[in-house]
Ligand binder design. Structure first.
Ligand code: AMP
Length: 262
């Protein structure tokens, strides 16, 4: 199974992706996690991405496309994957379409978690306050100011993806404001409905040739029978029974008269 989760930051993509991983035995591919790992490891990609991420902007397309192209070829992706945070721009989506087509792979669906941005912002502000109060470490981009920028980037660059996937008839939308379990249930329902709607796989042709049922031959008639039948049906319309009887009586009368005369 290969899926994409779409939705703005804070919509719950990560949580739902985890549940899909548990349920379907697929892997979660989060470009955000991969980039953070690269930043932490100080790789060339990480060094390039660090300041962009901290500003809440998008890392260049070619960087994330190269990361994904490399990742989906790995063994653990064979059973399928759920993309979380990728693609985020139309060129990324087009690159993904190409990557999949080159590998003969198809998407099973694109699930958009629809949320109210105003409520989302409030949620994140509360979460940041709670985490700070507990003394927990925050992500560099997890503050309301950066989040506003990330939401703006989502609106401008990522939201148009819904049209891209709707045009390909792959987009499914769920209410991301519903409780977490309800969102999971809605995604489950969408996926089972999509699986049922899929045309059944064709059975491979067996080596044995199917025996053709012969059309039943009509019983053979004698040549006279068939001739008379042909004559009757083609040249002479069948005479109605009453007319036949009259003709019979006329014949008999004539015979009687002839006998009397003799
Ligand atoms: P996320 O954890 O998905 O919210 O991503 C955190 C940050 O990583 C984003 O704000 C971007 O700076 C960067 N990032 C993650 N995925 C992508 C992507 N597909 N394209 C561009 N930048 C990305």
């Amino acid at each position: 199974m290969r899926l994409i989760l779409l939705g703005p930051p804070g919509a719950g993509k990560g949580t739902q992706a985890q549940r899909l991983v548990q349920k379907h035995g697929i892997v979660q591919l989060s470009t955000g996690d991969m980039l953070r790992a690269a930043v932490a490891a100080g790789t060339p990609v990480g060094l390039r991405a660090k300041s962009i991420m901290e500003a809440g902007q998008l890392v260049p397309d070619e960087v994330v496309v190269a990361i994904i192209a490399d990742r989906i070829d790995q063994e653990d992706c064979k059973r399928g994957f759920v993309l979380d945070g990728f693609p985020r721009t139309v060129p990324q989506a087009q690159a993904l379409d190409r990557l999949l087509a080159e590998r003969g792979l198809k998407l099973d669906g694109v699930i958009e978690l629809k949320v109210d941005e105003g409520i989302l912002l409030k949620r994140i502000e509360t979460r940041v306050k709670e985490m700070t109060a507990r003394g927990e470490k925050l992500r560099a981009d997890d503050n309301p100011e950066v989040l506003k920028g990330r939401l703006a980037a989502y609106r401008a660059q990522t939201a148009p993806l819904t049209q891209h996937y709707a045009g390909l008839d792959q987009l499914k939308t769920v209410d991301g404001m519903a409780p977490i379990d309800a969102v999971t249930a809605a995604i489950d329902r969408l996926l089972s409905a999509a699986a049922k709607a899929k045309p059944a796989r064709r059975k491979p042709k067996s080596a044995k040739k199917p025996t053709k049922k012969r059309a039943k031959k009509p019983a053979r008639r004698s040549s006279r029978q068939s001739r008379s039948k042909t004559r009757k049906s083609v040249h002479k319309p069948a005479r109605p029974a009453r007319a036949k009887n009259r003709a019979g009586k006329r014949k008999a009368g004539r015979r009687r008269r002839l006998t009397k005369a003799r």
